[in-house]
Design a protein around this ligand. Structure first.
Ligand code: ING
Length: 311
């Protein structure tokens, strides 16, 4: 079947470090700069990182109220982020951005939104797979307190119409779980956008540093190939107040091939002209879900949370 070609100017805007001393206004200035560069290179959609407005604060122990006051957004857009929304609308570029959300009821989530080319918020996602711990571990070199600062997301994994592109989204650790991509692909997603903040060092065991990049790339490439998706993954990376996080932001095609990858651990834009019809060939043949999947044999995936005894 010859696919009709539909293309999307798809970009990732990787952020270098954000330090505790960096203001939101300064960070938003960096985001606007990268949005402009992406637009000048043909981007129609730009993917920013997870928690793109502040340092990765879950590495620090503090009272919830302190964290909420300093690192959370009460609205999106808000006063500090409005310039980004205004510039995106002026240029006619959609975007995804991750941030810490504090709701009017006082609930807290690790959140991302997809914004249309007209500057309107099209969809919201709240992180479901929260890694790390909730207790204080003073002997560890740093904390990973996403289970303390954020509630488990309550929006599910959903696909939105982003100016004609069927777009799903997720956040960071979600990209390591195959269920994430499959639930989005079963809703006919053709692109999945995600941001991540991935510490280079594992506080739980002496994991070789290179494996962090290996497992990141393996996860997004497998997710893309097995679900016929374009995947755009944006890092916030480099050394934030001495705490290093991996870069390797990538754009992956439905073939599973890396089409673009950042070279630095600084602010860096990568951009491709994504042929959305490329996924059609895979959906039509090897991963024709309707023709080949056998859910009657997959029951354990939703019946069990942890591993149990053989059937
Ligand atoms: N960060 C990391 C991530 O999933 C992590 C946490 C790293 C978990 C490596 C397991 C292995 O990329 C966030 N923010 O989820």
């Amino acid at each position: 079947m010859t696919s009709t070609s539909r293309t999307l100017g798809l970009a990732v805007a990787q952020l270098g470090p954000i330090h505790l001393s960096d203001t939101r206004e300064k960070v938003v200035g960096r985001l606007v700069e990268m949005l402009r560069e992406a637009h000048s290179r043909g981007a129609q959609f730009v993917t920013f990182p997870e928690l793109a407005l502040t340092t990765f604060f879950p590495r620090y122990w503090m009272e919830d109220a302190q964290a909420h006051a300093r690192f959370f957004e009460k609205s999106m857009p808000g006063p500090a982020t409005q310039p980004l929304f205004d510039e995106a609308r002026r240029l006619g570029v959609g975007f995804y951005i991750g941030y810490a959300e504090l709701t009017l009821e006082g609930r807290s989530f690790n959140t991302a939104v997809i914004v249309g080319r007209d500057g309107s918020v099209i969809g919201k996602y709240r992180k479901i797979h929260l890694p790390g711990h909730a207790d204080h571990r003073p002997d560890a070199p740093f904390q990973h307190l996403e289970k303390k600062y954020f509630e488990i997301g309550d929006q599910g994994f959903r696909v939105f119409d982003a100016d004609g592109t069927r777009m799903g989204m997720c956040l960071c650790n979600d990209r390591r779980w195959p269920e994430t991509y499959r639930v989005l692909a079963l809703q006919s997603a053709e692109v999945v956008v995600l941001g991540y903040n991935t510490p280079s060092f594992n506080i739980n065991w002496n994991e070789p540093a290179h494996l962090r990049t290996h497992s990141h790339l393996l996860s997004v490439q497998a997710g893309a190939y097995q679900n016929c998706l374009w995947v755009a993954a944006a890092a916030k990376c480099g050394s934030e107040d001495g705490h290093h996080m991996i870069g390797s932001s990538v754009i992956v095609a439905p073939t599973g091939e890396i089409v673009a990858r950042t070279l630095s651990e600084e602010d860096e834009v990568i951009c491709v002209r994504a042929d959305l019809a490329l996924g059609d060939n895979f959906r039509e043949h090897i991963f024709n879900f309707a023709k080949h999947r056998r859910p009657e044999h997959y029951g354990l995936i939703v019946e069990r949370t942890g591993a149990g005894e053989p059937l």
